[in-house]
Ligand binder design. Sequence first.
Ligand SMILES: [Zn+2]
Length: 438
Amino acid sequence: MERKKREKFLKIFVPIILTIIIANIVFIGYKLLFNKKKHFLETIDTSVYAKITYEAIYGIHLNFKGTFEIPENVTDIKLILTDGKTDISLPYEEEISDNVLNFSTSKLNNTGINLEKLPLGTYYLMLKGIYHDNQKSYVKYYSVENKTYSDKYQKSFNDMEYYTLTKDGKNNKISFNWNTYENCPTLKVNIEEQKLPDDVYDITIDPGHGGSDVGAIGKLNNKEYTEADLNLKVSLKLKEYLEEQGYKVAMTRNDDSYVEIYSKNGSATLANETKSKFNFAIHHNSFEYEVDYLKGLEVYVADNIDFNFANILINHITSEAFATISPKETYCTEKGIYQRYFSQEEIDDDEIQPSNKTTQMIYYYNIRELGGIITNSTNDGRYEDYPKNPYYDANVTTEPYLLELGYINNEEDLKSLINNSDNYAKAIKNALVEYLNQ
Ligand SMILES: [Zn+2]
């Protein structure tokens, strides 16, 4: 009996089990070979594309502007990054005229898409149309095409690259690639962890003046203090504090040497050369005439920005370094925040005429030239005395701040600046940390 049973088992059940196993292998193999899942780009609507007319990265923020012909019956449109499964909603402002949607991620250059906060992955920039039909709702995805050609710069803006600020010793590399997928134009955004290349930094500090250019001069107890020295002292301390936070810091100078403006490591170029997210130009102020009521902090900023970070800087420097805020009204936009634009007279006096400067552009080169197209850099190589700004037509730039920490020829300020320079440096570091932790 025992033997018969075993024989029956081998003859009947083993072939059945083997057949089931083989059938499964064939079935799974077939699925893998012939039934490949559709790439989600094949599922999007390619009857119409959104046109991206502007792309720029300024500091830690990315902004897009674009237009889109509104499809029939759409009830809502969103701007997203998507991998086909997960959608990341992007900030989105819109204006509609003649059935054309004009959209923008922000009207201000230093808000919009915070690149420090995007999760790892591979995404595509898309518009998502939401439709309602017989109480059912469905969505359609629309891709984007590159229409960034600019008459002013005589070029289109293409791929972009960004490294996030160092955090716990780590960085992400974000690549933006204009591409096509089976004739469909796309903007692919790939975010992966990657160590900073040697020539990429987080922050640049530019201690103003140096060498033969001593800047302003102050006197206290018969001792002379030069602006160049005081700028360097605060800057070196700031570098130390930022490095303690793990940041990689580039300096336009580490000693009393003269810094060219447009050389590779120049005060108008190094921050972009090193892909730094922020540039701090450190200066001390002076008044030309006998107006000794002038004292205190002035923060010079670019145009068309949100003042959030500038205000945090002012709060920290006044509370931690006991600085007062300058009462100066000229160029003052908001308490402590200054925007100096070219005057018509300065434009008329420009070496090269017709000048490409306007009264809407910032006067100080260490703000205007550092932001490329975003801050309306004007040095396109027209001047004989100095070379062209290599980042004149750049759309990926640092976010510049020019700090006039106090008046070197005001006795009270000078005392504080000499004795307190560590606190000024610590306050700037703390302001950056607070801003980035928001
Ligand atoms: Zn200065």
